[in-house]
Structures are given as structure tokens and as C-alpha cells.
Ligand binder design. Sequence first.
Ligand code: FAD
Length: 393
Amino acid sequence: MRIGIIGAGLGGLLCGAELSKTHDVTIYERLPFIGGRFTNIPYKGFQITTGALHMIPHGNDGYLAQALKNIGSNVKIVNAEPEGYFRLNGKNHIYKDLFKTVTTKEKLNALKLAANLKFGRVDKNISFGEFLEGCPTALLVGNSFTGWALSLNAYETPMSEILEIQKLHSKFGGPGIPIGGCKGVIDSLVEIINKNNGKILLNHEVSKIEIEENKGYIDSKEFDIIISNASPTETEKMSNINFIQKKPVPSKGIKVNVATKSNMVNGASVIFTADSERINGLNQPSNVDKSLAKEGHNLIMLHATQLKSNTKSEIDIVLEDIENLFIDKDYEILSIQSYNNGWPVNHASNGTDLNPIIKDNFFLVGDGVKGVGGIEVEGVAMSAIKVLEHIKT
Ligand code: FAD
């Protein structure tokens, strides 16, 4: 079959790499580079990124890792050990010690919350913030987690998503960082597509998709199947089909890359900064792969959910947080990157994703169509797995 894919982001490449084994695949990418929001940008000797924090939410065992292995990618993902820390009143604690840090007054409520979460005795229609209200310490930490992982605050995060995330976490475990960072993953997929004679056309913006009964057209070129890795909203605009009933709501964020000589984080772990005003967490990907930082330095990546529409004043709050976090350290801010409008953190924030299957010959893939509980690229992989299974059957 002839398969046309719009977009060479992670979603488009996962589908392209698998389908190019048995089909004739062409991928159209409007930018001059491959990887969308999941690739590296070399800058001042550091490998910063077009989007992601070089992290894979469920590490070497999650949906993305499994999809990569099935496709034949040989990228290595190093799991975090311990999985994460949270910072309260200037001190780091291991994530699992949350219960020990809550005040005596909160302990009973914290016990109840933990039991309710474990046994699924939770109203799925409330938000994570509402669920945590009886325990202010857990709310602070929970808010940092959803900010880091989903770019949502706890009150914007549906409890239905948290329950699924909890299940996936029990099944797969916590995060990891790939060798080579985001680009390590992308390069491994491109290598497979090239080996299978798939085509990736750069600087090629698609403006029109036409879907007919058993075929479709991308800018007048005929295909048997069309997969769009562009956002659902952009895809609908360029296609002859209306498929969006409820508009997905994108999530926005601000990322800061910092160079330090001192060590801030262990291995592939994350520190959730529950005592910061806007920053949700930080990691140090150069622990896993030294080539991500300039010799003798560490690359620290800090992420904040953008809560208000004025990006400039949100960045000012982020910079104040950085001063507090690095108070006794030598550091250099390498870059500040903001993510909104056409280049957001996620095209659909968790809970507002669409279904990737539009018709038997027309599909969506990417972070506008993640499965329930799919954190970031794990959700992208879930969408690719669903589309690939549908095409195979
Ligand atoms: P994209 O990467 O956006 O790919 C879509 C591609 O389609 C793009 O290259 C685009 O140029 C192309 N395209 C669009 N329209 C057209 C057109 N008309 N014609 C041709 N080409 C077109 N996820 C994690 O798992 N871990 C993290 O640490 C992490 N951190 C993040 C931090 C930030 C600040 C941000 C912004 C995101 C982060 N994410 C993280 C999310 C993750 O980066 C994205 O979910 C993922 O990269 C999205 O992949 P995608 O394939 O859905 O979309």
C-alpha cells in the first residue's frame, strides 16, 4: 500500500518506521529538520531541545520503549533510580517518603487518600486538585507532578487521567532518559525508515488532504492510507472531513536550560519543586549521557506550566524561582523557551484528547490523540500503536 504521513514528529516516525517494513511510505515535514518537538538543538556546547526534557515517562518498560523495541530500534533508555524527589522548604526528599513529610494534622487524611487511590475508591469526575484538598502537602507535590508531567495544574487534571496514570505507573514504573537524548530516539527511527526505503521530504508543508472511499490525496498525490501527525485542529482545517466534536485544549509551558558545574540531581531522576512559585521540576539529563552538556558542566532543564496568558510576566516568575533554587550555586541560563499556540507542550491536554481513528484510511497520531493516562510521549506511542493495530487488521 502507499501510505502518506503528514509530519515527521515522533508520532509520524513511529508509524513510518513500522509501516515502511511492508509498505511504500512517504513522510511530509514542513520544517527543515526531523523530530518535531522531540529532538536536540546544539547550543553553546549543550544539547537543548525543540520541546521535551529528554525524558521518557515510563522509561525502558513503557509503551514508547516497547514500540521502539518492536520496530527494531536499538536506542538505550536509562531508568531513574530512585524515580524522583520532591523539594519542600529547600530540602529534597525521596518521592516515596511523601507520607513521612506531611504534618501530623494531615496524616489521617493522607492515609485515607492513599488507600482510596490504591483501591480506586475515587469519584472519576472530580479533579486531582479536589481529590488532594484534605492534604495540603500532597496537593503541593501533586501540583508539581502534574505540572511537570502534563503541563496542567492539579485542578486542571481530571482524576480519571490520574487513576490511569497510577495503573500504568504500577505496570511500567517511572521515567528514563535515552542515550543521545530525544535525538537518540529520532535518529534510530530515521535509520529504520531509510533502510526500508521510506521517504522523508523536508521543507514540504502539506496544505490539503482529501479523503475518498478507499483512497486519499495529500496535495493531489494519491495514497491508500493517510496518517496526520499535525495537530487535530490543523488536520481538520486542511482536510475535506469534519471530525472534531469537542475541541482539544492545548497545554502551555516554559522551559529553561541552565548550565552548572555542581550536581543538582541523581541519575535520570526528577526533582519536583513543590516549594517554587511556577517551576514544577528539574532534571539533569547529562548524568545519563555526558555528550548532552559541555565538558565539565551539567545540563539542567527546568519546566513550568504556563498558568496565565502573559508569557513575559510568567517568565519573570520563573526567573525568580531560578534565583531561589540556585541561591548558593554558580550557574548560567543558556536559554528560555516558551511553548504555546502552534508549538505547545501537548496539542491536547490530558482529558481532551480525540480518537486517532477517523476512518479506515484516515488516522491521526501524536499528542492530540493520546490514550487515557498517556503521559506525553507515552501517549504519542499509545496513539501510534492503536493506529498500527487498526491498519494491520
Ligand atoms: P510533533 O513533535 O509536533 O510533530 C509533528 C510534526 O508535524 C512537526 O514536525 C510539524 O512541523 C509537522 N507538521 C505539522 N503540520 C504540518 C504540515 N501541514 N505539513 C507538514 N508537516 C507538518 N514529552 C515527554 O515524554 N518527555 C518530556 O520530557 C517532555 N517534555 C516536554 C517539555 C516541553 C517544554 C514540551 C514543549 C514538550 C514536552 N514533551 C515531553 C512533550 C513531547 O515533546 C511531545 O508530546 C511530542 O514530542 C509530540 O510529538 P508529536 O509527534 O505528537 O508532534
